[in-house]
Design a protein around this ligand. Structure first.
Ligand code: XMP
Length: 498
């Protein structure tokens, strides 16, 4: 009765399908190692011309990255990508906020100055109001005449409150030229026992100010991601058809523009992204994609490729549209193409633990982008809310109804007529409040470095080359989480069901 034996072949050719894997399906194969986790070097490139000291980006989402988050990320060596649910003017303000945050030279327009014929009382009140303890004194041409500080005028021993500043100021003022380095400025400050040095041009006109406080603050962030001028790096999301936003971001000093699109493998998007690349000096990362074919379509002009079709914690793209690509397969397929052209790859979305992040790098990514992981930190926009005695912060998909209503989510918008209901591809949620970004990043990067130790690779490129995966069964996944115990104290880098 041989005919009764069912055929092992698929019923239809349509069902002869490739398998696609995600984070929980694989583990890094442990290998002989001479690398201590502390010695692992996690510096990387996010795009052809932009290096980072930490291979981590915060997502371009309105509950994750505005100026505060971007400053925090860059100070820790990573990159914040400003969301685009704001006007172009607002975006420029946020970029400038990041670029100014750790600047060595405070620029002229931001320096509080005094004029020689103000009274001591007026200047004292002005310094108090502006929160500064000293000010260069300049004439109408901005020529530096002297410098006045709290100690010159308080407690009004030698000068009266109604005396003019010219009488109270120190007129032997130590200045420096515009190309001063932090080291030179510090030497001047030590030699002359001063705390601020006005920066002047060839005609002795004020162009900026360097302060001791500013220099010490920069020293605290030795690992920071900085541009050639020493300013913090800043990423910005732009829509694929938003030439104006792209040009404004570029002019405001953004280092990397991220073409922010849910499905970049689309002829119009690619043509427009290519045009944007030609319009700007900044690097342009194109995304999101999820297949080698999509990578091949953009790799000749993109400075970086971002991967992720529906892996995000707040995404409903896969259930709403039926389309998507599990993230480890997506990253590996794109990285195969991108590496041949030496174009960096960013794995975007779906990362819950440090182990997921380092698996994404093992699959071929040069850096990872996270939303939910950072949405609960102090640096994310929005306030802390308390529900049932626990603290949370809001976290929502950029394709959620809320984000679309408040002007964003263009990335997911169909041609919705006025009054017509949105078809969202994301949800609105709350995420546990987590405290400082610094401690979250410490856990994330610490876990990634330990992963590099298990594989025996000291640098990101070496790790990408050496790492191998094993496939994990469902039972293997269960085994990998704490089991058969009741957790009594929360670990800083693990919570069940995260
Ligand atoms: P995680 O998992 O880190 O993911 O929270 C963040 C990434 O998710 C993407 N994103 C969305 N995807 N619908 C989607 O399908 C959405 O509404 C949505 N909002 C954000 C985005 O790539 C982000 O970096």
């Amino acid at each position: 009765m041989a005919n009764d034996v069912p055929d092992a072949e698929p019923f239809s050719e349509k069902l002869r399908v490739p398998e696609a894997l995600t984070f929980d399906d694989v583990l890094l194969r442990p290998m002989e190692s001479h690398v201590e986790p502390d010695d692992a070097d996690v510096s990387t490139r996010v795009s052809t011309n932009v290096a980072l000291n930490t291979p981590v980006l915060s997502a371009a989402m309105d509950t994750v990255t505005e100026g505060g988050m971007a400053i925090g990320m860059a100070r820790q060596g990573g990159l914040g990508v400003l969301h685009r649910n704001m006007t172009i003017d607002e975006m420029v303000v946020e970029i400038e906020r990041v670029k100014r945050a750790d600047e060595l030279i405070i620029r002229r327009e931001n320096v509080v100055t005094a004029s020689p014929d103000q009274t001591v009382r007026e200047v004292d009140a002005m310094m108090e109001r502006e929160g500064v303890s000293g000010a260069p004194v300049v004439d109408d041409n901005d020529t530096v005449l002297g410098i006045i500080s709290g100690t010159d005028i308080r407690p009004y021993l030698e000068v009266g409150e109604s005396d003019e500043v010219r009488k109270a100021m120190t007129d032997e003022v130590i200045t420096a030229p515009e190309d001063v380095t932090a080291r030179d400025a510090l030497e001047l400050m030590y030699d002359h026992k001063i705390e601020r040095v006005p920066i002047v041009d060839d005609a002795d006109r004020l162009v900026g100010l360097v302060t001791m406080q500013g220099i010490l603050q920069r020293r605290e962030h030795e690992n920071a991601a900085r541009d050639a001028a020493g300013r913090l790096r800043c990423g910005v999301a732009v829509g694929p058809f938003e030439d104006d936003r792209a040009v404004a971001a570029d002019e405001a000093g953004a280092d990397v523009l991220f073409i922010d699109c849910a499905h970049a493998h689309n002829r119009n998007v690619i043509d427009s992204a290519r045009e944007i690349c030609e319009l700007v000096d900044a690097d342009v990362v194109v995304g999101n994609v999820g297949t080698p074919e999509a990578a091949a379509a953009v790799v000749d002009f993109a400075d970086g490729i971002k991967v992720g079709i529906g892996p995000g914690s707040i995404c409903t793209t896969r259930v709403v549209t039926g389309a998507g690509m599990p993230q480890i397969t997506a990253v590996a397929g794109v990285a195969d193409v991108a590496s041949e052209h030496d174009v960096p790859v960013i794995a975007d979305g779906g990362i819950r633990y440090s182990g997921d992040a380092i698996k994404a790098i093992a699959a071929g990514a040069d850096a990872v982008m996270l939303g939910s992981y950072f949405a609960g930190t102090d640096e994310a926009p929005g306030r802390v809310i308390t529900m049932n005695g626990k603290k949370y912060k809001q976290y929502r998909g950029m394709g959620s109804v809320g984000a679309m209503r408040s002007g964003g989510g263009e990335r997911y918008l169909k041609d919705t007529d006025e009054g017509e209901e949105f078809v969202p591809e994301g949800v609105e949620a709350a995420t546990p409040y987590k405290g400082t970004l610094e401690s979250e990043l410490h856990q994330l990067v610490g876990g990634m470095k330990s992963g590099m130790g298990y594989v025996g690779a000291e640098t990101i490129p070496a790790f990408k080359e050496r790492a191998r995966f094993v496939r994990v069964s469902a039972a293997g996944q269960t085994e990998g989480h704490p089991h058969d115990v009741m957790i009594t104290d929360e670990a800083p880098n693990y919570s069940p069901g995260e």
